[in-house]
Design a protein. Structure first.
Length: 271
């Protein structure tokens, strides 16, 4: 075991989270953060760059642990181990669809916890090598001047960095799991024949072009009647099988584009 292994705990019971944190520390793991909901877990994964996530299933909020784990694995290639009191057949079948690297039913022994984590870390390392997936420093997304959003295949927001929150007028917490059409009030820079042309339609149409440089200029209307002119770039996000699992949206404010040209999405996010 590497002493630098960092684990994110996602558990809505503070007492259980504290006990789990202490147990992990005795084995030499570093607990890099705590989250109590699915949306907080996704943000913490980006902020802390964990090597593994211990995830409860029965989380309150917009999405439960299984939904959050699915996106954490698919979008960020971070392994998830479920740690839950839900051991029924339905829960296990749903959990399997999230492709976890381990499943622990409460209560469990310290040695069961340790063994499950070590096997998960090893299996994930083999998985990454087999499919040629490269890791990346996810927390750089939080400091980019460029706005970055992750959308699932239904157009719902999984992540919005601070710059995207500034440009759209909607923070990550406000935008999480809402449809992109519902959080961005926009108009095209060049008038279109179809006034009902949605932003989601524009994103999916733009991303169908294989050239990454394809961009769309638009004006975003935010609170107080203010407007921001941005250039939108849509990229398809694929899983290790090559299937499209969502979209990465890049927003640059037009007036600052020369100064922002050096900012790039971390390598490894776009498959």
């Amino acid at each position: 075991m590497m002493e630098s292994t960092e684990i994110l705990i996602v558990e809505d019971d503070p007492a259980i989270s504290q006990v789990l944190s202490g147990t992990l520390s005795t084995f030499g793991y570093s607990v890099c953060g705590h989250a109590r909901s699915g949306d907080e877990a996704i943000l913490q994964v980006i902020a802390t760059n964990p090597d593994l996530v211990m995830m409860d299933i029965g989380l309150e909020g917009i999405c439960d642990g299984i939904v959050a784990a699915t996106y954490i694995h698919q979008f960020f290639s971070v392994p998830v181990v479920f740690c839950t009191g839900q051991s029924g057949g339905d829960s296990i079948e749903r959990a399997k669809a999230a492709q976890p690297f381990g499943y622990l039913s409460k209560p469990f022994s310290d040695q069961e916890l340790y063994g499950t984590i070590e096997i998960a870390l090893n299996s994930h390392a083999l998985f990454m090598r087999r499919f040629g997936i490269k890791g990346c420093k996810l927390n750089t997304l939080l400091s980019l001047d460029t706005g970055i959003l992750f959308l699932n295949n239904d157009g719902r927001v999984l992540f919005s960095n601070p710059s995207a929150g500034y440009l759209t007028g909607c923070s990550h917490n406000e935008a999480f799991f809402r449809h992109i059409n519902d959080i961005v009030d926009w108009e095209p820079v060049v008038s279109m024949m179809d006034e009902e042309f949605s932003l989601w339609s524009r994103i999916t149409e733009t991303s169908m072009i294989d050239l990454i440089g394809s961009c769309t200029d638009l004006t975003i209307r935010i609170a107080g009647g203010r407007k921001r002119h941005v250039r939108l770039q849509a990229m398809r996000k694929r899983d290790y099988r090559g299937a499209i699992i969502g979209y990465i949206i890049k927003l640059d404010e037009m007036i600052n584009m020369p100064a922002r040209a050096e900012k790039r999405i971390p390598a490894g996010l776009v498959q």
